[in-house]
Design a protein around this ligand. Structure first.
Ligand code: PMP
Length: 385
């Protein structure tokens, strides 16, 4: 059977062996982490060990970590007017999100529809800092959400500068960092974020678990899931101990991922694409980017058709983000960056990971040479000319 090449790590990363082992061990432990008996305490110990591993990954104290069902839920939990800090208890009056955010942020969280605004981005998908400053003057207690690394393009936002502007305006900053850990440094103390969402399955942990990280003195006064008071009252429901254990183990392995090696593979891949199809556009090529992500547009290529051709040749890719693939609609990220719909529909995302191999890149490039040229329409060739 043909060996598959998996180049869709931004959709989900393969489960790390260490995460699998931690999950299996946790599955063999009976006990509710809230029970006081020995079995319950054993489950609690697994959860708290994982919390410490996740906390270490992002440079916070374990009590600042709240486990959720993933980054989507962490985003929804964070994006509420009811955030209280030592100095400010009144509700946040306005939410500002960048136009390239994940749909779970773009939808405005738990703010009333009229109380949330989308901020324009530049051609690299970076939020316009001058526009941000001006927008913040329209609110008294703003909450801002800007992602650390874009899931479609891999472009990294200047979060420190965003944080300075937001804080100078009396605002709070939430950062969706789902795509960052294991690829770039992602520490709350360095980013100066007030809230940060992460997801286990992007870094080699299981799907269906993530975390919201909070500044130590920030309280989410309006939990999304209310009930039995788990997670310090912030997220009710019996903890998914096995998934949390896998998340912790994956977090513990993140520092060992070799970003330089990943970037070298990515560069080899992009050079090969440009050599074979000089009209191809690597989105965000001039910006700071994740070491694993390439979003490439070839004028005249239909991404959906290309995806199928690559899949039939044993290679898993994505068109735009996984959440929007399957639907024939141009990516909101590329639209916000100023790409016209026909070009945006020509976007293929290739995302590698820590165990990707040079031989896989070379097989991808051979397939690229074979499948892409015949897919280019006459209209596309004219566009490219
Ligand atoms: N934010 C970003 C930037 C993402 O890439 C994703 C996953 N596609 C999410 C949030 C949602 O994460 P999860 O799958 O854990 O809900």
């Amino acid at each position: 059977m043909m060996q598959r090449v998996y180049f869709d790590w931004n959709a989900t990363a393969p489960l790390l062996p260490e995460a699998r082992a931690a999950m299996i061990a946790a599955l063999e432990t009976t006990g509710n982490a809230s029970s006081v008996h020995a079995e319950g305490r054993a489950a609690r110990a697994i959860v708290e060990r994982a919390r410490a591993q996740v906390a270490a990954l992002v440079g916070v104290e374990p009590k600042q970590v709240t486990f959720t069902s993933g980054a989507t839920e962490a985003n929804m939990l964070a994006l509420t007017p009811h955030l209280e800090t030592g100095e400010e208890r009144a509700p946040r009056d306005r939410l500002f999100v960048s136009a390239v955010e994940h749909p779970s942020v773009i939808c405005g969280g738990r703010f009333a529809p009229g109380a949330s605004e989308t901020l324009a981005v530049d051609a690299d998908g970076i939020v316009d800092l001058a526009a941000l400053g001006a927008a913040l003057s329209r609110a008294q207690r703003p909450l801002v959400s800007v992602m650390l690394a874009n899931n479609e393009t891999g472009v990294i936002a200047p979060i420190r500068r965003v944080a300075e502007i937001v804080h100078a305006a009396g605002g709070l900053l939430h950062v969706d960092a789902a795509q960052a850990p294991g690829r770039i440094r992602c520490r709350m103390d360095e980013l100066h974020a007030d809230l940060m969402s992460i997801s286990a399955h992007k870094l080699g942990g299981p799907q269906g678990v993530g975390a919201l990280i909070r500044r130590a003195d920030l309280h989410v006064a309006d939990p999304l899931v209310k009930g039995g008071g788990q997670e310090r009252g912030l997220r009710a429901g019996t903890e998914n101990v096995a998934a949390i254990a896998g998340f912790g183990a994956a977090a513990g392995m993140a520092a060992a991922a070799d970003a330089t090696r990943m970037a070298a593979l990515r560069d080899r891949l992009e050079a090969g694409i440009l050599a074979a199809t000089p009209e191809a556009i690597i989105v965000g090529a001039g910006a700071a980017r994740l070491p694993n992500t390439t979003l490439v547009l070839v004028p005249g290529m239909k991404a959906e058709t290309a995806l199928i051709a690559f899949d039939l040749n044993g290679i898993a890719l994505s068109s735009g983000s996984a959440c929007s693939s399957g639907k024939v609609r141009a990516s909101h990220v590329l639209a916000a960056m100023g790409f016209a719909p026909p070009l945006a529909r020509a976007a293929l995302r290739i995302s590698l990971g820590r165990s990707s191999q040079e031989a896989e890149v070379d097989r991808f490039l051979e397939t690229w040479k074979m499948v892409v040229r015949p897919l280019l329409s006459k209209e596309g060739r004219e566009l490219a000319a």
